[in-house]
Design a binder for this molecule. Structure first.
Ligand code: NZQ
Ligand code: ZN
Length: 387
């Protein structure tokens, strides 16, 4: 096990009707609020009205940044920064999925920076200060509700890049599983795949001597696999939605990578696909992840064999590590297919035209991944396998 530091300041407020705590959670940070939300799902569900009434009860003045896109855009972040400056905003409240939360984080940091917040994503500037933010999460997927990361798309340059800082962890996140009842089937599937992918990125490691981290990761996977199918069968199954929501948070809140060298190559590759084609992050991951697995498993087949046995319950009797590993990879693909996720880029109308550019961009800061280091030719091969 490697040395590590664990830091997570986000207060998690989890459970039924916890939106009623919003006023008291916001109040310490000020009365001038920027409410950030997406394309309207919160208006349809009635959550918007509940949030406004909670904020009215503490006498808050609310300005709005609506219309945050899935794969949130830099242009939207700019709009938010302008509102914060013009209105003297003291606190940012994100109500929605990962895209809304990520946009809110970029606005929070961008508002305290004289240059373009895009600079944070390309290493041109570091986040030195940020407005406080909080979230009401409506979709189990990214873990953004309890981490310091945000992913922003620059539509002009067709690039999708991440920023990260301990200064943009949400001060609090409200997670009421009932708020995820209205998530449509395809977004529920995307969320399941994204959560599992976050675990994969941290589980497939060459670091030895990490049994606790491995079992944490396996338990998150088992919980998602089981409850994902239940939530898809009945979108209003409270326990299934609750377990999925909590698993999503734990998959990316800093619990799993402790003392472990993590990978993240597949996320890097997927971001290049969604940067150009604006596809859902989870859909891209469902296509690419099993192909990444096939491409790299031989770096340590025993790790994949353990995955096959413990996560998919595949009987190891009479099988080599290699056979077990491949059976586990196939079981992953089969699960994604069973829940309705895509398996090829072709299904999303994506051909080979931009593979070279995507591979170039994916390695622009050097080789990616750690389980097996990937150069441009490796990334291109994985993309070709995904066509
Ligand atoms: O925009 P609205 O109308 O709210 O609709 C959204 C959106 O269309 C809808 N939705 C959300 N909650 C709903 C709902 N519809 C009905 N009922 C509800 N309760 O779902 C659609 C997708 O929302 P989005 O926020 O885009 O999804 P997700 O949470 O999967 O976020 C994806 C973004 O997060 C980034 C991805 O790259 C992508 O840009 N990621 C962020 C990470 C992080 N910050 O740590 C890590 C991830 O790996 C990921 O890269
Ligand atoms: Zn992800």
């Amino acid at each position: 096990m490697n040395n590590f530091e664990l830091y997570n300041p986000t207060k998690l407020v989890f459970g039924k009707d916890t939106v009623s705590k919003l006023g008291s959670l916001v109040e310490p940070y000020g009365k001038k609020i920027l409410l950030v939300y997406g394309g309207g799902s919160i208006k349809k569900s009635g959550l918007y009205d509940r949030v406004l009434s909670e904020l009215a009860a503490i006498g808050a003045t609310v300005h709005e940044l609506p219309g945050v896109e899935p794969n949130p855009r830099l242009s939207t972040v700019h709009k938010g920064v302008d509102i914060v400056r013009a209105e003297g905003i003291e606190f940012i409240l994100a109500v929605g999925g990962g895209s809304v939360i990520d946009a809110a984080k970029a606005v929070a940091a961008g508002a305290k920076y004289a240059g373009d917040p895009w600079d944070f994503t390309i290493g041109k500037a570091r986040i030195e200060d940020a407005l406080p933010l909080g979230t009401v999460l409506t979709l189990a997927a990214t873990g953004s509700e309890m981490n310091g990361n945000a992913v922003i798309s620059n539509w002009e340059t067709k690039q999708k890049r991440g920023l990260g800082s301990k200064l943009v962890y949400p001060r609090f996140s409200i997670l009421d599983p009932q708020l995820t009842y209205s998530v449509p089937r395809d977004q529920t599937v995307n969320g399941i795949v994204d959560i599992m992918s976050h675990v994969f990125e941290q589980y497939f490691t060459l670091t030895d001597g990490v049994p606790l981290q491995s079992r944490f990761a396996e338990s998150v996977l088992l919980t998602v696999i089981e409850n994902g199918e239940k939530a898809l069968a009945n979108g209003e199954d409270y326990e299934a939605r609750a377990n999925l929501l909590l698993a999503g948070t734990y998959a990316l809140n800093g619990t799993l990578p402790n003392g472990v060298v993590t990978d993240w190559a597949t996320h890097g590759i997927e971001h290049e696909v969604s940067a150009i084609y604006d596809i859902a992050h989870g859909a891209g991951l469902a296509i690419i992840f099993p192909n990444w697995m096939k491409y790299v498993y031989d770096a340590k087949p025993e790790r994949f064999a353990q995955f096959a046995e413990r996560v998919w319950g595949i009987d190891p009797a009479g099988k080599s590590s290699e056979e077990l590993a491949l059976a586990g990879i196939q079981a992953t693909r089969d699960y994604f297919t069973r829940i309705g996720a895509p398996a090829t880029l072709g299904e999303l109308g994506i051909g080979a035209e931009q593979l070279d550019r995507m591979a170039d961009e994916a390695v622009q800061f050097g080789p990616i991944g750690s389980f097996k280091k990937l150069e441009k030719a490796d990334v291109k091969r994985i993309l070709e396998m995904s066509l």
